[in-house]
Ligand binder design. Sequence first.
Ligand code: PRP
Ligand code: URA
Length: 209
Amino acid sequence: MSKVTQIAHPLILHKLAFIRDKNTGSKDFRELVEEVAMLMAYEVTRDLQTEEINIDTPICTTKCKVLAGKKMAIVPILRAGLGMVDGMLKLIPAAKVGHIGLYRDEETLQPVEYFCKLPQDISERDVIVVDPMLATGGSAADAITLLKKKGAKYIRLVCLIGAPEGVKLVQDTHPDVDIYLGSIDEKLNENGYIVPGLGDAGDRLFGTK
Ligand code: PRP
Ligand code: URA
């Protein structure tokens, strides 16, 4: 069974409060989402492997630890996942970025795929899927299925806010994928929106609607 980590860091909680606020406009919303993504990147990469190398300081030679092992890829689920990419790249600048385009059909709530472009060596990379919202979980589960079809083997999912229903669906469908969230909220409403949530992440990021 996959691990579910709620990153309840005070800075993340503080910023999430203003992200949720309906009076926060797109400019501030975008900046806050980027900042939270950067803070989450710190926690999500906690288990990356390191190796020792020799470094010459101005005083002497010493052994230092640097990142070792697999290269990384960040894969946002379009559109709203785009808001988390720059924050993640601030801490993981060497990562390549793939894109998966999915939208939820407003009536059936089922994800519809419209785009997929991934780094060609995706099977060798540690993949971090980013999307601010994990609601029914359909979009994230489908994106991960697609990534696996394209050869990805090491995948984690990072979301700002999740509903218990979405967490369960991803865990049931992809028990090998660890999930990181800023908050696990109460439930979904009858329209499939997370309660209390933040509304429609894509619309709030890009000022549509
Ligand atoms: C939102 C969000 C997730 C999805 C979550 O995207 O960014 O991708 O809904 O819902 P689910 O867990 O029930 O699948 P949306 O479909 O609104 O597309 P957008 O980002 O283009 O606005
Ligand atoms: N997608 C969103 O953007 N918000 C929700 O609450 C649910 C799905």
